[in-house]
Design a protein around this ligand. Structure first.
Ligand SMILES: *[C@@H]1O[C@H](CO)[C@@H](O)[C@H](O)[C@H]1NC(C)=O
Ligand SMILES: *[C@@H]1O[C@H](CO)[C@@H](O)[C@H](O)[C@H]1NC(C)=O
Ligand SMILES: *[C@@H]1O[C@H](CO)[C@@H](O)[C@H](O)[C@H]1NC(C)=O
Ligand SMILES: *[C@@H]1O[C@H](CO)[C@@H](O)[C@H](O)[C@H]1NC(C)=O
Ligand SMILES: *[C@@H]1O[C@H](CO)[C@@H](O)[C@H](O)[C@H]1NC(C)=O
Ligand SMILES: *[C@@H]1O[C@H](CO)[C@@H](O)[C@H](O)[C@H]1NC(C)=O
Ligand SMILES: *[C@@H]1O[C@H](CO)[C@@H](O)[C@H](O)[C@H]1NC(C)=O
Ligand SMILES: *[C@@H]1O[C@H](CO)[C@@H](O)[C@H](O)[C@H]1NC(C)=O
Length: 838
């Protein structure tokens, strides 16, 4: 880095006179500098590489100390560079005695605390770099006294408050870096007096207001980085005057204008980042004037229209991201002219037509993302000339034909996303380095090719929703040291689930539901310690309850629905833990015996405070591979749970959903009281079993319960009035039992119709027509007709839920406009809200 030159001595007197600061030390002496540096050393609490410990010793001259530079004329310290030394400590106020200091660079250490005001004495300062430390407090306004300052760098600290307007006094300032702090407020107008500014970075702060038009005064500006703040309003057209600009970064703000046409004047521009704003309008032909432009990112805005042909002039283009806008028309043929292009991203737009074969000219292309458009036709063969392709996503279009066997020759390909299209035919041999293999939701037939066993880096295998058949290749277990998620649901696979999941298996989710698999669950799944979701529902599996699964203490979701599982689970091994289990669906099997009390006791995620402490998440993650390739995995994609007879399919599962569905089995005996301790339970379905005895009043403690189905059992006794405490209950079914006595009245109970109670001969009170007589609980207050009914449930939403009027109103609105069942919308909505609150 450049060392600043010496200051003429006469400046001293001038500065002192101007600011009235008197140095107590004799400025002509190097011993002043020595003691200032020793004071700094004494404030350093950790020096892991011993840079200063021995080297900064009084037995040698200060000027030979590490990081110290002295001027040749006065032999005083003029520059101090302690950057990247991993030092921890604070800045001693005596540093202000280094009166000849013109350059101070301590970036990339762990200095903390606030900056001492004594530093104002350093009037010769030209170059200050405090970046990448842990300083806090406000940015001192006395920085404005450093009239010679050319570079000020405070990025990556914990500075708060506003940008001091005194910085406007720094008439020599060329570079200002304040990014990655928590600076708020507006940019002070005075800053635009710093006419020498070439580099201005305020990235990742909390700045707000509009981008001031005074920015047009900074005519020397080369880098303007205001990204990741809260700027709103327009991109001022004065920006067209800043013809030296090379980099503009405004992404992650709330800008709402169009791109000003004058941007075409910025002929030096190389990088333009406008992504993730609310920018509108079309892309003007003027953009084609930026012949040096190599990076153009405008993703996630509201741009529309087609792309102007003038963009063909941008022959240096390497990175183009137009994703998540409303562009339409065909994908232009002239993209094929960008011979340097590495990334072309057009996902989530309204592009139609075919994939132009000219894309085959892009010999440098590494990432092609066209998902979420309305692209038709076949994959052009020319595409396989793009040998550098690592990422190819054509997901969610209307592509047809077979998947070309040439896909195999893209030997660098790591992500292949062809899901949700109309591909048919067989699955070709996949390229060997594949990490994400997605061909789901097509019309593919035949067996999984055995070549899949060569994919030793495979992380996600998504073949679900096709017409695939045959058996699941045995090697899947062998791949399990990398394989994390397997989606094979909704196919016609038969035979056994492979047995050989090895020790160290990394599998986190296995979805093989809705096939024709038979036999037992492989015991070797117990090697997959990270397993958090297992869905084998709707197959022909014939096994006992997998109590060995209990060792999987990450397991959150277990679905065995609609198989031929049998036997008792009450003898469940209590030495194992199910700390995280939140969703268990054993419905439609032949399980028998008593309900498993011990099992419930161990469901800590539903039972204890523990469940509340766990950060709710969507069971998805972006895995960053060793080679920096990113893979998004949505572990719960496509999972469905039955609520009121309707299957609710989750695009992504919020981990606070809690479900126990043991319905349609042969469980007998009483409902254990301990169920009342599963405080976080949302859905409980014990219907269609042979349960006897009373409904335990402890169920009244399930304060989060939304859906309770105990129908078609042999329960007797009264409905406990404690159930009135279930303030969220939207669905109740107690029908087809032997319950008797009065139906509790009030609160949620006013929202249930007689469907909830039919088939209990001795129940009485509203909504049944049978009256309870005099000695029974008070009957209802309303005469109901259809309108009254509707009024009542609306009323109860407003009264009973504590979510306030707004929710009640908006829910009613949703119900009437979408026609979906109101209670389902309400449950989903409220669970989402609870998530937001935590
Ligand atoms: C910007 O420049 C104009 C003309 O040079 C001047 O009048 C104005 O005061 C300047 N604004 C700022 C904030 O420096
Ligand atoms: C900029 O582009 C427009 C439209 O393409 C063109 O008319 C104009 O001459 C160009 N300006 C310059 C300076 O190249
Ligand atoms: C697309 O943009 C919208 C906002 O405009 C955002 O909510 C959504 O998450 C984006 N989708 C993707 C896949 O990035
Ligand atoms: C799986 O690995 C085992 C050894 O770890 C090997 O014996 C077996 O042949 C492999 N199976 C397949 C299908 O690759
Ligand atoms: C409970 O499960 C049965 C089938 O086992 C299903 O028909 C019913 O709809 C479920 N109840 C609710 C409220 O989802
Ligand atoms: C409900 O919970 C409270 C405390 O959480 C407890 O005192 C009470 O016994 C429980 N009621 C029933 C019926 O289990
Ligand atoms: C249930 O209520 C409806 C009208 O709300 C009525 O027509 C029906 O007869 C009732 N059924 C029983 C069993 O009470
Ligand atoms: C309650 O369950 C019975 C069968 O168990 C079913 O016929 C009825 O439709 C269900 N009622 C409601 C309101 O879901």
């Amino acid at each position: 880095m450049a060392r600043p030159s010496f200051l003429p001595p006469f400046m001293f007197g001038l500065l002192f006179a101007t600011f009235g600061v008197i140095l107590s030390a004799k400025y002509s002496s190097i011993t002043v500098d020595q003691s200032a540096l020793l004071a700094l050393k004494s404030h350093i609490t950790h020096d892991p590489h011993n840079f200063l410990a021995t080297n900064w010793s009084t037995s040698t001259s200060v000027c030979s100390w590490i990081g110290v530079t002295c001027g040749s004329r006065h032999h005083r310290v003029t520059a101090l560079n302690l950057s990247s030394m991993d030092l921890t400590g604070t800045i001693s106020s005596q540093l202000g005695n280094l009166s000849f200091l013109a350059s101070l660079d301590i970036h990339q250490n762990s200095f903390h605390g606030t900056l001492p005001i004594e530093l104002t004495n350093l009037r010769r300062m030209k170059y200050l770099d405090f970046g990448n430390n842990s300083f806090n407090g406000e940015i001192p306004s006395w920085f404005g006294c450093f009239s010679k300052l050319q570079r000020l760098s405070l990025y990556l600290n914990n500075f708060v408050g506003v940008i001091p307007s005194t910085l406007g006094n720094l008439s020599k300032l060329e570079r200002l870096r304040l990014g990655w702090n928590q600076i708020s407020g507006r940019i002070p107008n005075s800053l635009f007096k710093c006419k020498e500014l070439k580099f201005l970075s305020l990235f990742n702060n909390s700045l707000e207001g509009s981008i001031p038009t005074e920015i047009g005064n900074l005519t020397l500006l080369e880098t303007l980085d205001l990204g990741d703040n809260y700027f709103k309003g327009e991109i001022p057209s004065v920006i067209g005057n800043l013809t030296s600009l090379v980099i503009i970064c405004l992404f992650n703000n709330n800008l709402t204008s169009e791109i000003p046409l004058v941007i075409g004047n910025l002929t030096s521009l190389r990088e333009l980042y406008l992504g993730n704003n609310k920018l509108t309008g079309t892309i003007s032909s003027q953009l084609g004037n930026l012949s040096f432009l190599a990076w153009l990112d405008i993703h996630q805005n509201s741009f529309l229209g087609s792309l102007p042909i003038e963009l063909t002039n941008l022959r240096r283009m390497k990175y183009l991201d137009f994703g998540n806008n409303s562009f339409n028309g065909e994908i232009p043929l002239w993209f094929g002219c960008f011979s340097k292009l590495q990334t072309l991203s057009l996902y989530l737009n309204n592009f139609i037509g075919v994939i132009p074969s000219t894309l085959g000219n892009l010999s440098k292309l590494e990432r092609l993302s066209l998902g979420g458009n309305q692209i038709t036709g076949r994959i052009p063969n020319s595409l396989f000339k793009c040998k550098e392709l690592k990422f190819l996503s054509l997901f969610n279009n209307s592509l047809e034909g077979s998947i070309p066997t040439e896909i195999e020759i893209l030997t660098l390909l790591k992500t292949l996303g062809l899901g949700i299209n109309h591909f048919k035919g067989r699955i070709p041999t996949p390229p060997p380095l594949l990490q994400f293999y997605g061909v789901s939701t097509n019309n593919l037939i035949g067996e999984i090719p055995s070549s899949i066993c060569n994919l030793t880096s495979l992380v996600v295998m998504a073949l679900h929703e096709n017409n695939l058949e045959g058996t699941i290749p045995k090697c899947i277990g062998n791949l399990s040291s990398s394989l994390t998620a397997v989606f094979l649901w909704n196919n016609n696979f038969h035979g056994q689930i492979p047995e050989n999941f090895a020790k160290g298996c990394m599998l986190r989710s296995l979805h093989i539901n809705n096939n024709e698999l038979e036999g037992s669950l492989p015991r070797s799944l117990g090697n997959c310690k990270a397993l958090n979701l297992l869905d084998v529902g709707n197959n022909n599996l014939n096994d006992t309850f997998p109590s060995w699964l209990g060792n999987l203490d990450q397991l959150q979701v277990l679905i065995l629905r609609s198989n031929r599982f049998y036997g008792q689970i009450e003898s469940f091994d209590i030495t194992v833990s199910l700390t995280k289990l939140r969703i268990i669906d054993l419905s439609h099997n032949n399980f028998s015996g008593y309900l498993p009390t011990l099992f419930f006791e161990h469901m800590h995620a539903i039972r204890d405070e523990y469940g509340k402490k766990v950060e709710p998440n969507y069971m998805r993650e972006v895995k960053i591979m060793k080679d920096a390739h990113k893979i998004g995995v949505n572990y719960a994609y496509g999972l469905s749970v039955t609520v009121k007879g309707l299957e609710r399919k989750f695009e992504s599962l919020l981990s606070i959903w809690t479900v126990i569905d043991l319905s349609s089995n042969q469980f007998r005996g009483e409902i254990p009281k301990i169920l009342g301790e599963l405080h976080l339970l949302i859905v409980l379905n014990l219907s269609h079993n042979c349960l006897i005895g009373p409904i335990p009043s402890s169920l009244g403690n399930l304060s989060e319960l939304e859906s309770l189905d105990l129908s078609s059992n042999k329960l007797d006794g009264r409905i406990p009035t404690e159930l009135k405490n279930l303030g969220f209950l939207a669905v109740l079914n107690l029908s087809q039992n032997n319950l008797k006595g009065p139906i509790p009245q009030g609160k949620q109970f006013d929202t249930f119709t007689n469907d909830s109670y039919i088939g209990n001969l001795n129940l009485c009170g509203l909504p049944l027509s049978k009256n309870c007589g005099t000695d029974e609980e008070t009957p209802a207050k309303f005469d109901r007709d259809d309108d009254g009914d509707e009024l009542n449930w609306k009323f109860s939403i407003l009264m009973g839920y504590g979510c306030g009027l707004v929710l009640g109103m908006s829910m009613a609105y949703i119900v009437f406009t979408t026609g979906k069942p109101w209670w389902l919308i309400r449950i989903v909505e409220r669970v989402r809200q609870r998530f937001a609150k935590r």
